[in-house]
Design a protein around this ligand. Structure first.
Ligand code: SAH
Ligand code: MG
Length: 220
């Protein structure tokens, strides 16, 4: 059977209907981001739930997110961590970070989430120094698509054995698809996918939910 655009939309709608439940805190986080004029590019509730489930399958002590936006995915991720587990989330736009901080407060998670404001390629090396190798249970990449290979290079040593590297938009950013691989952002995402797939210490696959989610587990 051919996956036509109409079938894809129907599949997304079905996933949203059946697996897209969310509570008032998450609903409010989406509404507040829209109200503040943030771009409508947060993960959908079904993807958020997948992030939570995946985080809950790890040791769940420490997660790192690259690309906070209004905090929507950060709330899901943190809910998947073990009690007391922490999220460090990186955002270069201080307005986005401000909206996210408010939502983390409202969600009762501000004691477990730290927002680091700055460009990821500047923040990550310092963070790597601070956290040390093998310290991160879940890393979620969702910022500048052109920089995905560098994010992977910086996060790679930080992931704990048994930990997960996740990345959003790996089948193409912003609703595009693999047939637009000529675009710089998509080409860079493709490079990262191939680097992760070839990394001997990871087992990786990408699932075509929304814009595609890479799931890579550090096996050694
Ligand atoms: N993870 C969020 C969505 C992130 S959207 C969610 O699903 O809820 C991407 C975010 O990354 C935007 O807020 C953007 O400002 C930020 N960003 C883009 N380039 C960045 C960079 N180089 N460093 C840090 N943040 C960046
Ligand atoms: Mg994304």
């Amino acid at each position: 059977m051919e996956m036509t655009p109409a079938r894809w939309r129907a599949t997304e709608a079905y996933s949203a209907e059946v697996f897209g439940r969310q509570d008032g805190v998450l609903e409010e986080a989406r509404a507040a981001a829209a109200e503040a004029g943030l771009p409508d590019i947060a993960v959908t509730p079904d993807v958020g739930r997948l992030l939570m489930i995946l985080a809950s399958l790890t040791r769940g002590r420490l997660a790192v997110e690259v690309g906070t936006l209004g905090g929507y995915s950060g709330i899901w991720l943190t809910r998947g961590l073990a009690p007391g587990g922490r999220l460090i989330t990186i955002e270069m736009d201080s307005r986005h970070a401000g909206v996210a901080q408010e939502q983390f407060d409202r969600a009762g998670l501000s004691d477990r989430i730290e927002v680091r404001i700055g460009a990821a390629l500047q923040v990550l090396p310092a963070l790597a120094e601070e956290l040390g190798p093998g310290s991160v249970d879940v890393a979620f990449i969702d910022a500048a698509k052109e920089e995905y290979p560098e994010y992977f290079a910086l996060l790679r040593p930080l992931i704990a054995p048994g930990g997960l590297l996740l990345a959003d938009n790996v089948y193409g950013a912003a609703g595009s698809w693999i047939d637009r691989i000529d675009r710089p952002g998509i080409a860079a995402v493709d490079r990262m996918n191939r680097l992760v797939a070839a990394a001997p210490e990871f087992e990786a696959v990408a699932v075509p939910i929304r814009a595609g989610l890479l799931i890579a587990r550090r096996t050694k």
